[in-house]
Design a protein around this ligand. Structure first.
Ligand SMILES: NC(=O)c1ccno1
Length: 227
């Protein structure tokens, strides 16, 4: 998978050099391009924003730098999905991550200030699949944190990125429920014992207990997920 990111804070994504995603880049499973939006400005101050038409507080990101930056990425690209993180977007879920992990090319456009001129979305949608996406019902200062979260959620689902694919199966939201509680040695810690069923060696009983724990947790914390 190729991932391109357009941002005014390119060093924000240096963290993608480490851990699983860093290894995936070294192995060629993921190819990453980080583009500084200011490289597509042509004034002395490298201006990327201006006051909003119609008035109002804050600044809006100018369309010209975005147009030039996306032209360079989309030219010759093969059917990418262009994602703009936004609190006004569709909600990004585990199902979205699974869907996007099937794509060959993702482009993330990180807005700042009060957002990006609408014509950037319209112009891009005329030549690529565009999706505004939200990682939750709250507002961030820009798209970079949301982009990082989405890249991690998507990247780990790409075959070969996570060493043991089995570990992806029994996770929260994979089967529509929250995951069960996990325990490891020692069997007793500060007077707290591991549930005896987990020490029983009875795999059927362990599976049944874990499923019940998933249901109980989901009922308590996320009843909205239950069918
Ligand atoms: N909730 C979000 O995904 C978001 C992106 C930018 N600001 O908020």
């Amino acid at each position: 998978m190729r991932i391109d990111i357009v941002t005014i804070f390119p060093t924000f994504f240096d963290v993608l050099d480490i851990s699983l995603l860093g290894k995936a880049r070294q192995s060629g499973l993921i190819t990453l391009g980080v583009h500084d939006l200011r490289d597509h400005t042509h004034d002395r101050h490298r201006t990327v924003d201006d006051t909003p038409y119609g008035g109002g507080a804050g600044m809006v990101m100018k369309p010209e730098p975005w147009g030039e930056a996306l032209d360079g990425i989309l030219e010759g690209a093969s059917d990418p999905v262009v994602i703009f993180p936004s609190p006004a977007g569709e909600v990004f879920t585990q199902a979205t991550a699974r869907e996007l992990a099937q794509e060959q090319h993702l482009v993330f456009g990180c807005g700042r200030y009060e957002g990006i001129d609408q014509r950037v979305f319209d112009d891009t949608a005329a030549r690529a699949r565009v999706r505004l996406m939200s990682i939750g019902d709250y507002v961030l200062n820009g798209g970079e944190v949301a982009t990082m979260a989405m890249i991690e959620a998507i990247g780990r689902l790409i075959p070969g990125v996570v060493g043991n694919p089995e570990s992806l199966v029994e996770e929260s939201h994979e089967d529509g429920l929250l995951e069960y509680p996990s325990y490891t040695k020692p069997a007793v810690w500060r007077g707290r014992e591991v549930p005896p069923v987990l020490l029983s060696g009875n795999h059927g009983a362990v599976d049944a207990w874990r499923h019940e724990q998933q249901l109980a947790r989901t009922r308590a914390v996320r009843p909205d997920l239950l069918p």
